[in-house]
Design a protein around this ligand. Sequence first.
Ligand SMILES: *[C@@H]1O[C@H](CO)[C@@H](O)[C@H](O)[C@H]1NC(C)=O
Length: 120
Amino acid sequence: MKNITTKKGYQYPMYVLGHLSPRSDVYSFGVVLLEIVTGRKSLDKSRPARERNLTDWAVPLLREKKKLINIVDPKLEGNYPIKDVNKAAMLAYHCLNRNPKARPLMRDIVASLEPLQEEK
Ligand SMILES: *[C@@H]1O[C@H](CO)[C@@H](O)[C@H](O)[C@H]1NC(C)=O
């Protein structure tokens, strides 16, 4: 989960795609996506109580662009296209829907990530 982007080479979409397989569980993928975006572990006991469980803490913040900026991995130092981060956040939000039937299909996830990769 380190060094997912560099000053010159923005590698994040490819990195995310590397975690996908047709058999991937969509919910688990949402957790991985959240880990990538925030730079946090899914469970981090060193955090304050309300931040320990990454999904509980981050999911309500994903849809609010102003709050989203605050939860993005500080190691990225703002060095990312904000619209890509928004897109990844919305994708994670949908993958983590409590209702499994409301989650996207893996092929839809791939289809939404591929354009990000091609931009670079
Ligand atoms: C975080 O909480 C959710 C319930 O809101 C639970 O399903 C999930 O397993 C928890 N994650 C971890 C890593 O414990």
